[in-house]
Design a protein around this ligand. Structure first.
Ligand SMILES: [Ca+2]
Length: 474
C-alpha cells in the first residue's frame, strides 16, 4: 500500500505496468491525472477481475456456423453457438498466475501457467470441406489434406497441387454432415512400402470402410486401383461415424468408431458403447501388417468370449479426433458429447487397454442413462470437460512437440467446432488437469494437424482453409 500510495502521488502521467500487479499481469493501466487513491483502486480491481484468464486475439470474430460436423443431438446448441463469450470455469480463475515470464525462462515454467497467446495464420485456402491434415514421415515435408467429399490433396513447397493425391468421391457417401472421407493414415514404413489407409463412409449405405491404398510411381499420386478393404462396419444411422485412423507408437492401427448415431446411443439394451460385442462406440486396435488384418495378442479382449477382439477401449460416443503424444506416447481422446458435456479422455502410455470411458452411462462426468444414481465403478472418467455454454462439439488436437514455441511443449491443444474456442490443457504441479482458454477462431475447426517437425495446424471446415498455429509470449 505504501508503494502504491507513493506511486500514485507522482503528479504527472503515470504508467502502472504489469510489474506492479504480480498476479494480475494482464492489467496495464495508464493515468493522465491522479484522481484519488480510492477510485484508482476500484478501477484496478474491476479491470483485473474483468481480464481474468481469457486471452482472445483482438481480430477474432465469432462466426455463427451453419451446422456441426459431429452433431450433438441438441439442435438449439447449434442454432445459437455462443452468441456471447462463454464464462470461464471458476477453476481456471484460481490458476496460479506467474509474473510475466521472459522468453528465456519460458521452458522452465509450468507451461500451462504461462500467459502466452495463440493465434493462427492462413497457410492455404481452396479446399472443399477439409476434415484432416497429416503427413508421411518421408522427409518430403508435404502436407496431405483430406476433403470430406472424397479427395486427398497435397500442399508441397507451399503450393496446393492441382491434381489430388487420391479421388474416391464416387465411392464415398458424404450426404450426411458427418459422413465422407474422414481421415488418412500413412503406414509407419510408408517411405519404403508406400501404403496408406483411409476411413470413409461408403456409397450407398453409409457403412464405414477402412481401406488400404498404395502410392503410384508418382509420389504425388496414389494408385486408385490399389484399394484393398481392411474392415467394413455397418452404420445404423448417418451420424457418429468416428472416422479417425492413425498409427499408434506401437505400430498398430487405431480406429475411432462412434456409437452408430441417432441420439442417446439407443442401440440394444445398453447401447453400443457398453456392448463389447459391437465395434461401434469404441476405439479399435488392429495389426494391418497381415491381410486383411490381425488381432494383436495383447489386445485387452483378444481372448474374451462374447467380446470383439478388435476393441481397445469402450464407452465412447463419437471419438472424432484422438492423438498420441509423440514424446510421452500418452493417448488423448476427444469424445463428442450428447446434450451437455464435451470431454477429453486420457490414457497413459503405460495402459494395456480395456478402458471403459462411460458412454452412455455417463456423459462427461455426469450420469446420462440412468439420469441419476448411475454407477461409475469401473469407468474411466474424462480428465477434462466443458459444457455447452462454451461450445457444442469438441475437436481433439495434439500435444505440442514442435520447436518453434518451446513454451507450448507438453500442452494439449484442442478446440470447439461451433464456438471456435481453443484451449490448452495439462496437469498442474499438483497433478490436477487444467484447461485454459487461449483464443477464439472465426472458422469451424474440424481437425488439428501436425507436421513432421511437430508444428500444429488447424483445419477450417467451413472456409476450406488450413491455418498454422502461432504463439507469442506477452
Ligand atoms: Ca465418457
Amino acid at each position: 500500500m505504501v508503494l502504491w500510495y507513493n506511486l500514485l502521488r507522482i503528479p504527472d502521467r503515470v504508467y502502472l505496468g504489469a510489474v506492479l500487479f504480480t498476479g494480475y499481469e494482464r492489467c496495464e493501466l495508464s493515468f493522465d491525472r491522479m484522481i484519488g487513491f480510492v477510485s484508482i483502486l476500484s478501477l484496478t480491481l474491476a479491470g483485473c477481475a474483468g481480464s481474468a484468464v481469457v486471452t482472445l486475439p483482438q481480430a477474432a470474430v465469432t462466426v455463427a456456423p451453419t451446422a456441426s460436423l459431429a452433431t450433438p443431438a441438441v439442435t438449439s446448441a447449434l442454432a445459437q453457438p455462443a452468441a456471447t463469450p462463454p464464462s470461464v470455469p471458476a477453476t481456471l480463475a484460481a490458476t496460479p498466475r506467474p509474473a510475466t515470464p521472459a522468453a528465456t525462462n519460458a521452458a522452465a515454467q509450468p507451461p500451462q501457467a504461462l500467459s502466452f497467446r495463440l493465434s493462427v495464420e492462413p497457410v492455404q485456402s481452396g479446399f472443399e470441406r477439409p476434415v484432416y491434415l497429416t503427413q508421411p514421415d518421408d522427409g518430403t515435408d508435404r502436407l496431405f489434406v483430406v476433403e470430406q467429399p472424397g479427395r486427398i490433396r497435397i500442399i508441397a513447397n507451399g503450393q496446393l497441387l492441382e491434381s489430388p493425391f487420391l479421388d474416391i468421391t464416387s465411392q464415398v457417401l458424404s450426404t450426411g454432415n458427418e459422413q465422407g472421407l474422414l481421415s488418412l493414415a500413412f503406414h509407419p514404413n510408408y517411405k519404403s512400402n508406400g501404403l496408406f489407409f483411409v476411413d470413409y463412409t461408403r456409397q450407398p449405405d453409409g457403412a464405414t470402410v477402412i481401406a488400404r491404398y498404395h502410392v503410384s510411381g508418382d509420389p504425388n499420386v496414389a494408385d486408385p486401383n490399389s484399394a484393398s478393404t481392411v474392415l467394413t462396419i455397418n452404420q445404423p444411422q448417418a451420424n457418429h461415424n468416428g472416422g479417425l485412423v492413425t498409427f499408434g507408437p506401437d505400430g498398430y492401427l487405431y480406429i475411432g468408431m462412434g456409437d452408430g448415431g441417432g441420439q442417446g446411443d439407443q442401440h440394444g439394451t445398453a447401447g453400443n458403447g457398453q456392448n463389447l460385442n459391437a465395434l461401434l462406440g469404441k476405439l479399435l486396435r488392429i495389426d494391418v501388417n497381415r491381410e486383411p488384418y490381425a488381432i494383436p495378442s495383447s489386445n485387452p479382449f483378444a481372448n474374451k468370449p462374447g467380446a470383439r477382439p478388435e476393441i481397445w477401449a469402450s464407452g465412447l460416443r463419437n471419438p472424432w479426433r484422438f492423438s498420441f503424444d509423440r514424446a510421452s506416447r500418452d493417448l488423448y481422446i476427444a469424445d463428442v458429447g450428447q446434450d451437455t458435456y464435451e470431454e477429453i479422455d486420457f490414457q497413459p502410455a503405460s495402459s494395456s487397454g480395456g478402458e471403459n470411458y462411460g458412454w452412455r452411462l455417463m456423459e462427461g462426468r455426469h450420469c446420462y442413462d440412468p439420469r441419476t444414481n448411475c454407477n461409475p465403478s469401473g469407468l474411466t472418467l474424462p480428465v477434462l470437460e466443458y459444457d455447452h455454454g462454451s461450445g457444442c462439439s469438441v475437436t481433439g488436437g495434439y500435444v505440442y512437440r514442435g520447436a518453434r514455441y518451446p513454451w507450448l511443449d507438453g500442452l494439449y491443444l484442442f478446440a470447439d467446432y461451433c464456438t471456435g474456442l481453443t484451449w490448452s490443457a495439462a496437469r498442474n504441479t499438483s497433478g490436477a488437469w487444467e484447461m485454459t482458454e487461449r483464443m477464439r477462431v472465426n472458422f469451424q475447426t474440424s481437425s488439428f494437424g501436425q507436421d513432421r517437425a511437430g508444428e500444429l495446424y488447424l483445419v477450417g471446415h467451413n472456409d476450406g482453409t488450413i491455418y498454422r498455429l502461432v504463439s507469442t509470449l506477452p
